[in-house]
Design a protein around this ligand. Structure first.
Ligand code: MN
Length: 564
């Protein structure tokens, strides 16, 4: 048994889960040829190293059991409790999800997050992904591309949002060569020498820095150089005309000190000796990045006319920068280990609220940026759900949405003709409340009309809009059907030259179109009858017509009737 496993009690859940998983995966191998258990074990070890709680470690050990063995979620719940079963269920759901033909990365990120109401689901998933990426070389070429795409598009950005910069960078760099082999090869070729040159230069600066700080009576915890990650460098080069010379943080120096005061003291000392480049100083301590990142960054001119970026932070900031939310949660857990259960428990606890709160804050701060982070426009857990079409496209709907909302989201005609729905293969009522991850199929019938009643339960503005416009259209048609369309005047007159012209000018003056005009002389009388038909007019206009016609000389009698 691995050493880290032995740090957990022999009769505890972790060791029990290990034995359970080993048995469940017995005889199975990975593509590398190793026994399958090496995978959940590696994932659980990462979770252990991130200092997450016991339920997370147990869930990591069991995360592939439901999919790969005859053991059901029920068994896991019986043996390991509701909490573990809940996390394993979230992980299984994530695995079952397959992307559509035109995957929308942002919606998939949202879907993944919405599955992860419990933060531990996503943390175990990220550890799982990291280990899968580390062993990706054993997969087929097409699988490699698919998994690398998911990693760079979905999981690395999620890790970044959670402040887990180290993990996010690792995932990117593992996926980079599989996804963009030519670009990767070019970059390696282009930067190799530059990196080495900058690394050895950074080494030369370190003793100078130490001396400088000593004069200011500061003893740093460490002064290290850190090389920029490849994929992040590649992205930066794309924004900078592929000119390596413009990248000042290819190799940056990182100074870690004991307190915030020392951070600023170090900054002052450095600026006294090495001139800062204007516009390059960033105080992420006063104004942290939306993902929680705190540090001071400055770019200074260093000896031999070089330019170097220096990052200054405390140990705590450093750990948070590397491990993000995981570090934060681990701290919290240590701080109040007495109330451990409560802090990791259900959705309503403080940590969950913090996590939701944090997402909300990011959403605010990124509202104006065009990069992937501008996506968090929704309040995940309270107001939005993410459901899946039979083609595996992810549809974003308001919480409480029904199959009717879903149908109108797909197409207005699908909404109008909706007669029923299947959710996860089962027929449901059309006012059924959908949940994140539901697979929704709509049944339609040609010529079917929507029901006004639907307005009572639909949630999306799109469905409401269509239903209202349909209702209005219907009202209009009813009106059309019951209201007379035309009015016909019969005018008995003494026929005289110019009489007909006088009649038509009455209508012209009142801007009424004449649809039909006829003049007939009854041979038995000296009278003639003029018939005028026009579109139905208001009572007011009708009166005017009558008065004006009566006033024409020669008019004997006017009558009218409505016709359809
Ligand atoms: Mn796995």
């Amino acid at each position: 048994m691995e050493k880290w496993l032995l740090t957990y009690p022999e009769d505890g859940l972790v060791q029990k889960a290990y034995a359970f998983a080993e048995d469940a995966h017995k005889g199975m191998t990975r593509d590398s040829g190793e026994p399958f258990i090496t995978h959940p074990l590696a994932v659980a070890k990462l979770i252990h190293e991130w200092r997450l709680d016991e339920a997370s470690v147990v869930s990591a050990l069991l995360h592939d059991v439901v999919e790969d063995s005859e053991y059901s979620l029920k068994t896991i719940e019986k043996q390991f409790g509701e909490e573990v079963a809940h996390i394993v269920n979230g992980l299984t759901k994530l695995k079952e999800f397959k992307y559509g033909e035109n995957p929308d990365s942002e919606n998939i990120r949202k879907l993944v997050l919405s599955f992860s109401k419990d933060l531990r689901v996503i943390l175990v998933k990220l550890a799982d992904r990291l280990h899968n990426m580390q062993t990706l070389k054993f997969k087929s070429a097409s699988k490699q591309k698919e998994i690398a795409w998911e990693t760079i598009e979905i999981y690395a950005p999620i890790a970044y949002r959670l402040g887990m910069q180290k993990l996010s960078g690792e995932l990117d760099d593992l996926a980079f060569p599989y996804l963009y082999p030519d670009e990767y090869a070019w970059l390696m070729d282009a930067v190799k020498e530059k990196y080495e040159e900058r690394e050895s230069y950074a080494k030369k600066l370190k003793p100078l820095l130490h001396d400088m700080l000593k004069d200011s009576h500061i003893v740093p915890i460490s002064v290290d150089s850190r090389a920029k990650r490849y994929y992040s460098l590649y992205r930066k080069l794309l924004r900078n005309d592929m000119e390596l010379e413009k990248i000042y943080d290819l190799v940056a120096l990182r100074i870690i000190v004991h307190s915030v005061e020392e951070c600023y003291a170090v900054l002052g000392t450095i600026h006294k000796h090495w001139a800062p480049l204007s516009g390059r100083f960033k105080d992420y301590i006063a104004v942290p990045k939306p993902n929680g990142y705190r540090s001071l960054h400055t770019t200074v001119s260093t000896p031999d006319a070089k330019i170097t970026e220096i990052q200054i932070r405390t140990q705590e900031m450093h750990e948070e920068a590397e491990f993000g939310i995981a570090a934060h949660w681990a701290y919290e857990q240590i701080k109040d280990s007495k109330s451990k259960k409560e802090t990791w428990g259900g959705v309503k606890n403080r940590k969950e609220l913090l996590w939701v709160e944090q997402l909300r804050n990011w959403q605010k701060s990124f509202a104006n940026q065009k990069d992937f982070l501008d996506s968090l426009k929704v309040d995940f857990f309270k107001e939005r759900i993410f459901v899946v079409t039979p083609k595996n496209d992810v549809i974003d709907l308001p919480a409480g949405a029904t199959p009717i909302d879903f149908a109108y989201h797909i197409h207005s005609e699908i909404g109008n003709q909706c007669v029923g729905a299947r959710v996860n293969g089962k027929i449901v009522p059309i006012d059924y409340e959908l949940h994140s991850g539901d697979l929704v199929e709509i049944m339609t019938q040609k010529g079917k009309k929507p029901s006004e009643d639907w307005l009572r339960f639909v949630k999306s503005s799109m469905a409401k809009k269509y239903l209202r416009s349909f209702t209005r259209e219907k009202d209009r048609k009813i009106k059309k059907a019951t209201h007379p369309q035309h009015v016909e005047f019969k005018i008995v007159n003494l026929d005289r030259p110019g009489y007909l012209k006088d009649v038509t000018s009455v209508f012209a003056d009142l801007k009424i179109n004449i649809e039909f005009l006829n003049s007939q002389t009854d041979p038995r009388f000296t009278y003639s009858i003029v018939t005028v038909r026009c579109p139905s007019v208001s009572q007011e206009k009708l009166q005017k017509v009558l008065v004006k016609i009566k006033s024409i000389s020669g008019t004997n009698e006017v009558s009218f009737k409505y016709i359809r």
